[in-house]
Design a protein around this ligand. Structure first.
Ligand code: XMP
Length: 447
């Protein structure tokens, strides 16, 4: 990737990516200290760094090959430079004459408190940075930016009910009110309660121009008889685009399309030392030939910052803290052919799982937890009678970014309660199994 675009025009500490696995963590930690920070490829020029209003520069990674490519003028800008070695174990000034930071103790990145302390010292004592990065200040600045960009024109937003698109909608609505229209496609593959929560929040509470498209039958018809996972994903993705296209064509005078791109999407799409690590087809992905200008007001934010902005804007906690949910929704959690009956079963089982996890206070601790309906039936016994019914799978994983994951050690008594409730309360289920596979070799979703 060439130079990452300038994200936010304000004083910042620039982290240059020299291949460390920790550079996102470093950038986030600096922001937690209240100082805005951006991660950029090591190939940026000194002039670009200067333009970014950098008050400090961090070289993160220290791989020699990459280091040779740094513009030597970066060290002559009069901006303090901190180097963090490839294992995070050494720090030293790379700019000893002009802004000596000097040798320091050798904290490991594995010890977050030390790293935070080191970064605090660098930011405030060496760079004299101000702690002015708050979500409230972000909202104030972005609202003004959106207003001046949009003027009296109109913006369209595809709401999925996920955190990112919800926060984008709330932020743009704060800026331009009725000039924003949101389209929410109910494809029938959402979890129990989700449609109601989205409608209630955006239509009833925020009073947005809000269009709900009931496309449940249309999606089910298209998916009839389809069992191949990739084909299912493709159908759901392209059908979403058709529906959105049709609905937006009914609206007049729209100039902008709002998207919930966040910083991780930009970083993950690759910096010079960072390969593309995510290529999921997202149902929110819209056709390239749409004639709109893009607005992406969250593109500088990490996920936890997006949540904080959502809370600050008054979004309810169930939306702000929603767990990651795949674009194709329950379509990849009902294995084999998707039918209404199977969707109902997985929805009810998933609801019970979510309720019990929340009751146990584990809902913020576990990255993702959900029910799956594999395409199998097994023999059971109920009321002294033989049954031949579905088995439900439960999956709960800890993860940082979804790229790797470990299965969550949910206490047995909670699992027992969930299993007992599902077999008692969900028709046609006589067995519950718990997935104890890490990623790799498994994936988080089953399809
Ligand atoms: P896997 O199953 O690949 O999932 O281990 C990793 C993370 O990505 C989510 N996921 C998706 N997200 N569109 C999305 O927006 C998709 O098609 C998709 N497939 C999987 C999954 O829920 C997990 O968080």
């Amino acid at each position: 990737m060439s130079t990452a675009p300038l994200m936010i025009e304000q004083e910042k500490i620039v982290v240059l990516d020299l291949g460390s696995a920790h550079n996102q963590l470093i950038t986030r930690t600096i922001r937690e200290l209240g100082v805005y920070s951006e991660l950029h490829p090591h190939t940026v020029t000194a002039a670009e760094v200067k333009n970014m209003q950098a008050v400090g520069i961090i070289l993160s990674g220290g791989s020699k090959d990459a280091e040779f490519n740094i513009d030597p003028e970066v060290f002559n800008l009069g901006i303090p430079v901190l180097e963090i070695g490839s294992k995070g174990e050494t720090i030293a000034s790379a700019n000893e004459e002009k802004h000596a930071y000097g040798e320091q103790s050798h904290p490991e990145v594995g010890q977050p408190a030390d790293v935070k302390e080191m970064l605090r010292h660098f930011a405030f004592e060496i760079c004299k940075a101000k702690d002015s990065w708050t979500m409230k200040s972000f909202i104030d600045v972005e609202v003004e930016k959106i207003r001046s960009q949009v003027g009296d024109r109109k913006v369209l937003c595809a709401l999925s009910g996920g955190v990112d698109s919800s926060v984008v909608a709330a932020l743009i609505h704060r800026a331009i009110g009725d000039q924003l229209t949101c389209i929410f496609v109910d494809h029938g593959l959402l979890r129990k309660g989700e449609v109601e929560s989205v409608v209630d929040t955006f239509s009833n509470q925020f009073h947005m121009n809000f269009i709900k498209v009931d496309a449940r039958k249309r999606f089910l018809d298209k998916l009839k008889g389809v069992t191949d996972p990739e084909q299912k994903r493709k159908i759901i993705g392209s059908e979403f685009i058709y529906v959105f296209d049709e609905e937006s064509a009914k609206l007049e005078g729209i100039d902008f399309l709002a998207q919930g791109t966040i910083y991780a999407d930009i970083i993950e799409s690759g910096t010079a030392t960072n390969e593309v690590i995510k290529s999921h087809h997202n149902v929110g992905g819209l056709p390239e030939d749409m004639d709109f200008e893009l607005i992406e007001p969250l593109k500088a934010l990490f996920k936890d910052e997006v949540r904080a902005v959502g809370a600050e804007l008054g979004l309810p906690s169930d939306i702000v803290h929603r767990q990651p949910f795949p674009g194709p929704g329950l379509g990849v959690r009902v294995l084999g052919e998707i039918t209404e009956e199977k969707l109902d079963i997985v929805r009810e089982a998933d609801w019970i799982l979510r309720e019990e996890i929340a009751k146990a206070g584990l809902d913020r601790e576990i990255w993702q937890y959900f029910a799956i309906l594999p395409d199998i039936r097994s023999v059971g016994v109920r009321n002294e009678k033989r049954s031949y019914d579905y088995a439900v799978g439960l999956r709960a994983v800890h993860s940082v970014d979804g790229m790797t994951a470990d299965w969550a050690r949910i206490p047995w008594d909670i699992l027992e309660k969930i299993s007992t409730r599902i077999t008692a309360e969900v028709d046609h289920v006589n067995r519950v199994v718990y997935d104890i596979t890490a990623k790799p070799p498994g994936t988080i979703e089953w399809e």
